[in-house]
Design a protein around this ligand. Structure first.
Ligand SMILES: Nc1ncnc2c1ncn2[C@@H]1O[C@H](COP(=O)(O)OP(=O)(O)O)[C@@H](O)[C@H]1O
Ligand SMILES: Cc1cn([C@H]2C[C@H](O)[C@@H](COP(=O)(O)OP(=O)(O)O)O2)c(=O)[nH]c1=O
Length: 223
């Protein structure tokens, strides 16, 4: 059972998408940001970030230099700290300014990927103090479908091997289940939505909106 944040650490209007590489999280997170942007102020963001901390991680994931999995776990946590708390640009200040923040990957990625590749206790400790989102979407895409999608990409990173993805898929499901089973005092009011990812983008997005009690926009000019 992961060692988790306390209930007061759930941040309203903070929405996170998680899933395997190729699951479709970027597609859905961007679509939701665009949808919400028509109603008010919404911002898309992602981890690893585009800050210097995230840039170092992306470079290391492309290889060829060896880096210890525990070092990567520390770097992801450092990048997350910057992502959350950097003055003005960080998620905290963007929420305070009235934006809804939609984030592609967050600490659940560390629990799934580094939880498998590095020492699990270290990964849990590094991430225990970070706030939880109000909504967590887990896009549960089969290994075969996710693999089919990433094999169409030109560039692959070192975590996108079949063996790692298989183990990460198991971890993700366990992490999501453990969070779901937590008493409200620890999970706070974080809402967890697991959506099957082996469907069309439209079908998945329909469920995203339904989970947020939002209505589908009618096409321009529609009645
Ligand atoms: N539901 C879907 N069905 C088919 N292809 C999809 C779907 N969602 C995304 N894709 C495509 O799969 C690839 C990976 O999607 P992406 O959203 O970047 O995944 P992730 O960010 O989870 O790695 C992209 O080419 C995207 O257009
Ligand atoms: C945020 C995060 C990402 N990752 C991994 C997942 C991805 O394989 C990789 C890069 O993330 P991402 O940018 O989502 O991948 P892509 O550019 O292929 O869409 O980093 C972790 O291992 N731990 C983490 O905490």
């Amino acid at each position: 059972m992961p060692h988790l944040s306390r209930s007061e650490d759930v941040w309203p209007d903070f929405i996170v998408f998680e899933g395997l590489d190729g699951a479709g999280t970027t597609t859905q997170a961007q679509r939701l940001t665009e949808y919400l942007g028509r109603e008010g102020q919404a911002e898309f963001t992602c981890e690893p970030t585009d800050f210097a901390t995230g840039t170092v991680i992306r470079r290391l994931l492309k290889g060829p230099e060896y880096v210890r999995p525990e070092t990567l776990a520390l770097l992801f946590a450092a990048d997350r700290n910057e992502h959350l708390f950097r003055p003005n640009q960080g998620i905290k200040d963007r929420l305070a300014a009235g934006h809804v923040v939609v984030c592609d990957r967050y600490l659940f990625s560390s629990l799934a990927y580094q939880g498998y590749l590095a020492e699990t206790g270290l990964v849990e400790r590094l991430n225990a103090g970070f706030p939880l989102p109000q909504h967590l979407f887990f896009i549960d895409t089969s290994l075969d479908e996710a693999h089919r999608r990433i094999s169409l990409r030109e560039e692959r990173d070192s975590l996108e091997t079949r063996e790692i993805q298989e183990q990460v898929a198991l971890r993700y499901r366990r992490v999501i289940r453990d969070f779901s089973l937590l008493p409200p005092v620890q999970r706070g009011d974080m809402k967890i939505h697991t959506l099957s990812g082996d469907r069309s983008e439209d079908d998945i997005f329909h469920d995203v909106l339904a989970a947020l009690s939002l209505e589908e926009h009618r096409p321009e000019g529609g009645t």
